[in-house]
Design a protein around this ligand. Structure first.
Ligand code: PLP
Length: 378
C-alpha cells in the first residue's frame, strides 16, 4: 500500500519535544505551569500589543466560554455563519440558545453582510435582537472584517471571531484573531499549528482573559476551601500540550509560507484549465494563511466533477475532502432559522479541499501533480 497523503497533518518544528521534556523534568504535568504562560505570551506577542490570551483545551471550549462571557443564556438567539465546521455552532446549543444561520458571499465564502443585516432586522421585528454574531475566517480567508464590524456597531451586537482556521492570516495588515469583541483560535491536530488538541480565547480586555481562566478552572471563588458561586468548566490547556504549542509558535510564520506555496502549487496546475478555480484572496487587503487550498469545479466547462477528482485522488491514496457542508443543511439544525439564498449550498456542491500541509514532500507533490494533470489531459 502506498503511503497516504493527508489533507493536513501535524508538522513539528523541532523544539516542541524539549519543552515537553522540561515539563516532565519539573513535574508540571498539569493544566497549569510555565509552558502555559509562555505559550500564551508567545501568542500575545504574535498578535500584537493589547491582546490577552487564555489557553484552553479546544477551540470549541473557547467559543463556549466566549458565549458565556457575552452573556448568552437559554432562549437567546445567536447569529452564526452557516458554512463552517459544526464546532462554530454547537456551543450555542450547549447554552440552550438558538442558532440563526447566515449564507456566504462569493468573495471570501464567509458570512454575507447583506443577509446578516437582513437577519438582524427580521429577528428584531419578530421580537428578539440576536445576542452575538459568530463570524468565521474559513480555510484561512478573512471574512469581510470592515463590513461585518459596521453592522455589529450599528445594531450593538458583539462579534465572536472564529479564527480557528486563520491563525497567521491578516486583513489590512492586522492579524486575524484581533477583530472580534472576543476571538478564538484552535490548535487541533489538523490546524496550521497544533498542540495535539487545544485552543485559545483572545480579547483586548484583560478582564475577559481572567474570567475565561476562572470558568475554565471550575469557577473557584477566592477561599481556602472549594467555594463556587457559578458553574465552572474543566477547559484549561495542559502544560504538556502548551509545551508543544511553544515549539509550534517558533515555526508558525514558516508554516504559513509553506501553506501559501501549496496554494501557488495548485494555481500553477490549474492555470490553463477552464472550469477549475483555485480559491484565493479577492484583493490585497486580504492575506490568507491558506490553511486548506480549495477549488471550485464547473463540471460543464472542465469535463470532470469535484467528486471525480476526489475519487481519482483517493484511488492513489491521496486525501481530499468536500467543503464544509452548511449548517442549515445539517439534519441536527434543520429547524434553525436561515437567511440567504443558495451561495453556500452551491459552494458545497462544486468545491473540494486539496492536500495542503506545510510538510508535504516533493515526491508527494509530484504524485499529486501527476494525478491532477492526468485528469486535466484526459
Ligand atoms: C477546528 C475548528 C473549530 C473547533 O476547534 P477545536 O479545537 O477542534 O475544538 C471551530 N471552528 C472552526 C471553523 C474550526 O475549523
Amino acid at each position: 500500500m502506498k503511503e497516504k497523503i493527508y489533507l493536513s497533518s501535524p508538522h513539528m518544528g523541532g523544539s516542541e519535544q524539549n519543552y515537553v521534556n522540561e515539563a516532565f523534568k519539573t513535574n508540571w504535568i498539569a493544566p497549569l505551569g510555565p509552558n502555559v504562560q509562555e505559550f500564551e505570551g508567545a501568542i500575545e506577542n504574535y498578535l500584537g500589543e493589547g491582546n490577552h490570551v487564555a489557553a484552553l483545551s479546544s477551540g470549541t471550549a473557547a467559543i463556549h466560554l466566549a458565549l458565556i462571557l457575552l452573556g448568552v443564556e437559554r432562549g437567546d438567539e445567536v447569529i452564526c455563519q452557516s458554512m463552517t465546521f459544526s464546532a462554530s455552532a454547537n456551543p450555542i446549543v450547549y447554552l440552550g440558545a438558538t442558532p440563526i444561520f447566515i449564507d456566504s458571499e462569493l468573495d471570501t465564502w464567509n458570512i454575507c453582510p447583506n443577509h446578516l443585516e437582513e437577519a438582524i432586522k427580521d429577528r428584531i421585528v419578530k421580537g428578539k435582537k440576536p445576542k452575538v454574531i459568530i463570524a468565521v475566517h474559513l480555510y484561512g480567508m478573512p471574512y469581510k472584517v470592515d463590513e461585518i464590524r459596521k453592522i455589529s456597531e450599528k445594531y450593538e451586537i458583539p462579534i465572536i471571531e472564529d479564527s480557528a482556521e486563520a491563525f497567521g492570516s491578516s486583513y489590512k495588515g492586522n492579524k486575524c484573531g484581533t477583530f472580534g469583541d472576543l476571538s478564538i483560535l484552535s490548535f487541533n491536530g489538523n490546524k496550521i499549528i497544533t498542540t495535539s488538541g487545544g485552543g485559545a480565547l483572545v480579547s483586548r480586555n484583560l478582564k475577559h482573559k481572567e474570567k475565561a481562566i476562572f470558568f475554565a478552572t471550575q469557577a473557584r471563588d477566592a477561599a481556602p476551601h472549594y467555594q463556587h458561586s457559578e458553574i465552572g468548566y474543566n477547559y484549561r490547556l495542559s502544560n504538556i500540550s502548551a509545551g508543544i504549542g511553544r515549539g509550534q509558535m517558533e515555526v508558525l510564520d514558516k508554516h504559513v509560507g509553506l501553506r501559501r506555496e501549496m496554494n501557488q502549487f495548485y494555481q500553477n496546475i490549474f492555470r490553463n484549465k477552464a472550469g477549475v478555480k483555485v480559491f484565493k484572496e479577492p484583493n490585497e487587503d486580504y492575506f490568507s494563511n491558506h490553511w486548506l487550498s480549495c477549488i471550485l469545479v464547473d463540471e460543464r466547462t472542465s469535463g470532470f466533477s469535484n467528486e471525480e477528482i476526489r475519487l481519482a485522488m483517493a484511488e492513489n491514496n491521496i486525501e481530499c475532502r468536500p467543503l464544509w457542508k452548511p449548517m442549515h443543511l445539517q439534519p441536527i439544525f434543520k429547524n434553525a432559522p436561515y437567511y440567504g439564498t443558495d451561495i453556500s449550498e452551491k459552494l458545497f456542491e462544486i468545491g473540494l479541499c486539496l492536500p495542503s500541509g506545510s510538510n508535504l514532500q516533493s515526491e508527494e507533490k509530484v504524485k499529486i501533480n501527476d494525478v491532477l494533470i492526468h485528469l486535466i489531459d484526459k
